[in-house]
Design a protein. Structure first.
Length: 117
């Protein structure tokens, strides 16, 4: 199983980025997909979650209204569209596949997002 994130980078405050996470080696429709982030010196936090069919979505309060999670089953890919970025969004962003039938889960290696002028 592999989860490969991409799309991170350096962006100015107020800017946008779209993260992608391509999954392979698993049955994508059996996994809820999550985005976490971890800033230096802080604990990893859940940013957004999308159910296996895409019908149920959760956002952390800190990103509600600015971030949008989506998934494309044809491409085995989950996205995180991040708008109106703030310096406090700076973190390593991780993709996670959460098996809906049990406790198996898989993590990507992360992609750095830096919001700075």
């Amino acid at each position: 199983v592999q989860l490969v994130e991409s799309g991170g980078g350096l962006v100015q405050p107020g800017g946008s980025l779209r993260l992608s996470c391509e999954a392979s080696g698993l049955t994508f429709s059996s996994y809820a997909m999550k985005w976490y982030r971890q800033a230096p010196g802080k604990e990893r936090e859940l940013v957004a979650r999308i159910s296996e069919g895409g019908a149920f979505i959760y956002y952390a309060d800190s990103v509600q209204g600015r971030f949008t999670i989506s998934r494309d089953s044809a491409k085995n890919t989950v996205y995180l569209q991040m708008n109106t970025l703030k310096p406090e969004d700076t973190a390593v962003y991780y993709c996670m596949a959460d098996w809906i039938y049990g406790s198996n889960d898989y993590w990507g290696r992360g992609t750095q997002v830096t919001v700075s002028s």
